[in-house]
Design a protein around this ligand. Sequence first.
Ligand code: ZN
Length: 239
Amino acid sequence: MTGLGEAVRRSAAAARDLMLPRGCAGCDRPDQVLCDDCRAVFQGCEPRVLTGCAMGGAMACAPYRGETRHAILGWKDHGDEELDGVFGELLADLAQRGGLIAWCRGLPASDLPVWVVPLPSSSRSMRRRGRHHTMPLAKAVAARMRAQGVDAVAVAALLSTATGGRSVEQGNAADRGRRIGGHIVCDDSYGMRGRVVVLVDDIITTGATMRQCAAVAGDAGACVATLLALAQTPSAATR
Ligand SMILES: [Zn+2]
């Protein structure tokens, strides 16, 4: 039924798009996926405390409010997949602007590519969306890093056990995850030890999930460089 529901939803969206030209996801200005004014709002670099990461903190493109909130909600919860490309570029720009790519270039030579790891969603959210929505962001960041001479690849190496994901069954990993990271665990099919990891998320709100992911990756032997997000709630920066 989920597959059929998804097909119906996509057909309805396609029919709507034929009849009505789309508006900007941020401000509804006609005919653009994200207009220049809204895009400009995403071109900041907001720091956020993330203890234990090698670059000293996380960073977000913009505050989560107004146009940024409208656009991210449309993408995340209403299936506006046309924004994948735009948001991927904006996050890749942040990787550059925030110094991540230069930092990675300064790392000692290694045969291990940098892993760009999207934060996991609960299995229920994945089913509802029909996809891992932060993966296109991670892929765009990894592609920009490769284009700038840093060996990098997007890997979904973290899992959420929040609503009975398969990692709940994974004994030791799940126990470790619950102890350190609440509902986040490493996917045991990937080895984190010795990896440089960049975390990618859509919105930082309380920062709890971000901290859990960083702690779990660190415990598994990874060096977490930073976390990149599209937006953070305005009050979050001082928490
Ligand atoms: Zn706009």
